[in-house]
Ligand binder design. Structure first.
Ligand SMILES: [Fe+2]
Length: 239
């Protein structure tokens, strides 16, 4: 007798992520060329739990049992749908009513100086690794993005302190499936920050906590502004 439940999930050629373009002419950032991820220095996020917990969260499942509070969206509405539903690339976002409740977050995103798309706070319920792997995926960040405009990538700021949780990242193998040999784990302590090419890397969060994990996720357009900002925020590389 075969029991499917005994077989751990792993994406195959039928996975929807394989339909998302991987190689395109869009200008990209050199700093992401090798691994698709860059770690930034930790910060003390300018937002209190009272502020981010009081936001309006939408029931929207992505990468597990999640809810999202839109801070900026395609048209300023509290809407988690892709910008493409409104005929728009994931750029030129407008602040929602939530933004006024988290002014420190709004100022942080503005301070980057790059064109940003969706800005959201994610609330993720705990999920162990086996559960998380079921949701591993690549993002469709560049739908409708003209090929001469910068590749859209994503940035994170961790708001809760979960040092035993991590973002699991994997690059693609020759068949476009996650390559286990490239696994990388980005720890999710409070204030941890990183930028990921989530259209290239397979990703999901393994959250080993007992309470929800909150993080700020922002889409940014690759270009000189984002490059300058990343250079100023990177963890210094030892000489
Ligand atoms: Fe994603």
């Amino acid at each position: 007798m075969t029991t499917q439940s005994a077989t751990p999930f792993w994406p195959n050629a039928e996975h929807w992520s394989l339909d998302i373009p991987l190689h395109t002419p869009h200008p990209r950032l050199d700093v992401l060329a090798e691994t698709g991820v860059v770690l930034l220095s930790d910060i003390d996020p300018d937002v209190t739990p009272e502020q981010y917990e009081s936001l309006e969260y939408m029931d929207w499942k992505s990468g597990g049992d999640t809810n999202f509070a839109p801070i900026a969206s395609a048209d300023g509405e509290l809407d988690c749908r892709g910008f493409w539903d409104k005929g728009k690339t994931d750029k030129d976002a407008l602040w929602t009513s939530n933004a006024a409740l988290v002014p420190g977050i709004r100022d942080y995103v503005d301070g980057v100086g790059a064109n940003f798309g969706r800005v959201r706070i994610i609330k993720l319920e705990p999920q162990d690794r086996e559960t998380a792997i079921r949701s591993i995926h690549r993002d469709d960040n560049n739908r409708f993005n003209p090929e001469n405009e910068g590749w859209v990538v994503r940035s994170w700021v961790e708001l809760t302190d979960n040092p035993d949780s991590y973002m699991l990242l994997m690059d693609n193998d020759a068949d476009g499936l996650p390559d286990r040999s490239t696994e990388r784990r980005v720890p999710l302590h409070r204030g941890a920050r990183f930028v990921v090419d989530t259209q290239r890397l397979w990703h999901v969060v393994v959250h080993n906590g007992t309470a929800p994990r909150y993080a700020l996720i922002t889409s940014f357009e690759s270009g000189p502004a984002l490059e300058t900002w990343i250079d100023s925020q990177r963890i210094p590389v030892p000489a």
